[in-house]
Design a protein around this ligand. Structure first.
Ligand SMILES: *Cc1c(COP(=O)(O)O)cnc(C)c1O
Length: 432
């Protein structure tokens, strides 16, 4: 058993000072019980907590740390820029450098605006889509999470679902009235809704590979239906790649789907662990944003030099080192190894994976949408989670999240993790 005394102490102080002791509910361990573990430091694929316990990290700050923690190139770039100033409220050339990297990588993006989080990116992209089309209604899908902007906080997956707050208090009926929630991967449902009011719908926002109800792939048929409604009704497609961008492929999930959306949102990896978001798309649409156009959107710290630098160093390193084959290899080893271990011990388990983004669901599957994801045995998941923690493995603390591997993970760590999972499954089988 691990000693978690210092984490416990830190948490009891934090709950007096911060609501629930955290600054984001996804960290609160609400779905698995017990106290969150407080982190002291991280390096490569490892986290060290305030009690000195070391873990193999499969959360990666919920996505950004694709190179692993403290990559030397990212740290060196940050150290260099730090001494030149931390914020000016005036343009720097760093913003154009990161913009060019994003535009070069993602075919559908010709122009970008940087913001400070994924939430800001999706919120601003929605405003832009409404401003550009002159329409009010938007479509989102159950179990897709796009951050916590009011109009998107409806049937919003992971943290909201985990905490059973599908519609948050404080989000008015007026705000959510223009948000139409449909079933993910249901092409007929989408086409049917558009046949009723398609010409009033400004945009459809979606995760191209869902991460926030656990990992779920988009079907080909659904992708085609999205392209069809854009074609027939002039509705804009907003591909939310905050999680998938530079993760499932350097060119994003849209490159795997053969999809060319009107707008794309980014976050997580493009900030390399610092707070960044972005939205981008065709020039003709992006030119509607102030001061080029009339759609208002601003930010005191947007394009912050430290954040831009971490993003530039991360994307340049991804381009140079091209870790995607390695990520695919270790991720598929982990997937196959853990599935085999579960099978051996008679634990019902299925998985969805795209590259280095994957979820094991405690059920037989298949998981294709929110309803099927929700059938998972969350109690078995919670027990498994703690059994893994006690073997030094830090998994996402909810059944409805994806886990992330980094370029710093090695085959040895994967083998150790599979072995630990086998022990956890054996115990689970015995307890059942
Ligand atoms: C994380 C995430 C967001 C929100 O980003 P924040 O930086 O947490 O505001 C939006 N969309 C998707 C798909 C995400 O995974």
């Amino acid at each position: 058993m691990l000693n978690l005394t210092e984490s416990r102490k830190a948490f009891s102080e934090a709950v007096e000072l911060l609501p629930g002791g955290v600054n984001s509910p996804a960290r609160a361990f609400g779905a698995v019980g017990g106290n969150p573990i407080f982190i002291e430091s991280a390096e490569g694929a490892h986290l060290t907590d305030v009690d000195g316990n070391r873990y193999i990290d499969y959360v990666g700050s919920w996505g950004p740390m694709i190179l692993g923690h403290g990559h030397p190139k990212v740290l060196a770039a940050l150290e260099e820029v730090l001494h030149t100033g931390t914020s000016f409220g005036a343009p720097t050339v760093l913003e154009s450098r990161l913009a060019r990297l994003v535009i070069d990588a993602v075919g559908s993006v010709e122009m970008v605006r940087f913001v400070n989080s994924g939430t800001e990116a999706t919120m601003s992209a929605i405003r832009l889509a409404r401003g550009a089309t002159g329409r009010d209604k938007i479509v989102k899908f159950a179990g897709n999470y796009h951050g916590h902007a009011d109009s998107l906080l409806v049937a919003a997956g992971s943290a909201a679902a985990t905490f059973s707050v599908p519609n948050s208090p404080g989000v008015t009926e007026g705000t959510s009235r223009d948000t139409i929630v449909l079933k993910y991967n249901d092409a007929d449902g989408l086409l049917e809704m558009f046949s009723r009011c398609g010409s009033e719908i400004a945009c459809v926002i979606f995760e191209p590979v869902v991460g926030n109800m656990g990992c779920v792939r988009m079907t080909k048929e659904f992708c085609e239906a999205l392209m069809r409604v854009r074609e027939e009704y002039g509705t804009l497609l907003i591909c939310d790649e905050v999680m998938t961008g530079f993760r499932v492929a350097y060119a994003g999930a849209q490159s795997l789907l053969g999809l060319s959306p009107d707008l794309t949102t980014f976050g997580k990896i493009i900030g390399g662990g610092l707070p960044v978001g972005a939205y981008g798309g065709r020039k003709e649409i992006m030119q509607n944003v102030l001061p080029a156009g009339k759609v208002y959107q601003a930010g005191t710290l947007s394009g912050n030099p430290l954040a831009m630098t971490a993003g530039i160093a991360t994307l340049e390193t991804l381009r140079e080192e091209d870790p995607y084959d390695h990520l695919e290899k270790i991720s598929s080893q982990l997937e196959n190894g853990i599935l085999a271990a579960a099978k051996k011990h008679g634990i019902p388990l299925c998985s969805n994976r795209v590259g280095a983004m994957l979820t094991f669901f405690f059920q037989n599957g298949p998981v294709t949408d929110w309803d099927s994801a929700a059938r998972s045995d969350t109690q078995a998941f919670a027990k498994y989670f703690w059994k893994m923690i006690h073997q030094g493995i830090y998994f996402p603390c909810s059944q409805f999240e994806a886990m992330f591997l980094s370029a710093a993970h090695t085959e040895e760590e994967i083998a150790y993790t599979i072995d630990a999972a086998g022990k956890a499954f054996a115990e689970l089988a015995q307890e059942a």
